[in-house]
Design a protein around this ligand. Sequence first.
Ligand code: GAP
Length: 456
Amino acid sequence: MAKPNKNKMPVKMEKLMSLCKRRGFIYQSSEIYGGQSACWDYGPLGVEVKNNIKQLWWKAMVQENENIEGIDAAIIMHPRVWEASGHVEGFHDPMVDCKECKRRFRADQLTTDVCPECGGEFTDVRQFNLMFKTHIGPVEDSASIAYLRPETAQGIYVNFLNVYNSSRQKIPFGIAQIGKAFRNEITPGNFIFRSREFEQMEMQFFVKPEEADSWMEHWKQQRWNFHMRLGIRPERLRWHEHGPDELAHYAKSAFDIEYRFPFGWSELEGVHNRTDFDLKRHTEFSGKDMSYFDQETNERYIPYIIETSAGCDRTMLEILTDSYEEEPGEKETRVVMRISPLIAPIKAAVFPLVKRDGMPEIAREIQQELKKAFPIFYDEGGSIGRRYRRMDEAGTPYCLTVDSQTKEDNTVTVRDRDSMDQTRVKIDDLKSMIRNAIENYKRPETVDTLEDTYVE
Ligand code: GAP
């Protein structure tokens, strides 16, 4: 693969963003007012995919592990939390402004001494805190300052004792949460990759200090498996280990799963050994003892934490980019989203071939029955070819067409999204066919025709 050209927009990103808007996956926030930069709204199809990602993560973490509990903590927390966590003091990015064009850059990402946009001179480097500040109550003074959480992790640490005391868990155990986080990023971009409001899926696993390394290996493997379960091409995923200069202040070791996005290899999520940093700091700042007493060994210690921290929106972008394909055809190019049926927003679409001869009625009946188990879409508008194309772009694995033969033998034509093959299937077998696709999907081997092409 050639090195991504950072100064040009990859064609695939441009096409993907356009499809996302056209089909209702993702829109720019507040678009009718000119847009709110670095904030995004999920549309009817997008919210289905996002919910599927979150449900799968919750299942993989909370429901499939007896020793993990879920919580849902408040976004606004006591301001002392962010002093204890180190965010007030240390959650900064170095920033410079161009004196000429007034554009703002992250100093650590610049490769030139002069502005890359206009050649102007920079101001001195200043530190910029990434937390969004607000005030609680009617008086806006320093005593009323509060922050929108920049990570969900702290909501878990401050509830460590609550969950321990109410759940009968013993170490090792974990606490998981999904929720919004906010960062006033200086240089957001690449669509939903880096935004100012985003969602995290974090799990904090509390362990005996001497067992931290082996749990780290365990969770690395689990997180990798998650992306396999989503049906992502493994050759587009890799591990990146943080070097000493990259490690966050709290971490002893850290590994990221990176995905090869059209704009280059970039972080999807991280697995971190945070040591006893967080519980020690909260003990110190709150005055509440957060140590753990092991009744079997009669030992008291502050647990180490292995954190798995994934971005829901980045996972969404990973799935969308991995799925988007163009297939050049004789007459036109087919755009198809090869989303795994497990996370596809619509599992099947039902069409009457024509709007007469009782076909719409039968198609509606099939839709009503299948709807009890899956999200099913009904469409009777336009040519059958156009209806197929719309569903290809929505990532719908199957289109089920009721035609004149249906009345004779209770079968429909099933058109497969990936192969475009058409077969006849008994109406009674449709449910198990869809269920089987959701559980056992195998993506076909294809060539990405848009890889390494850039907008001129
Ligand atoms: N609790 C640890 C933590 O928050 P992080 O590496 O700063 O670690 C974890 O963030 C994940 O959250 C990232 O891997 C990414 O998926 C997501 N994330 C962070 N900043 C983001 C942003 N501005 N936009 C979208 N996702 C973001």
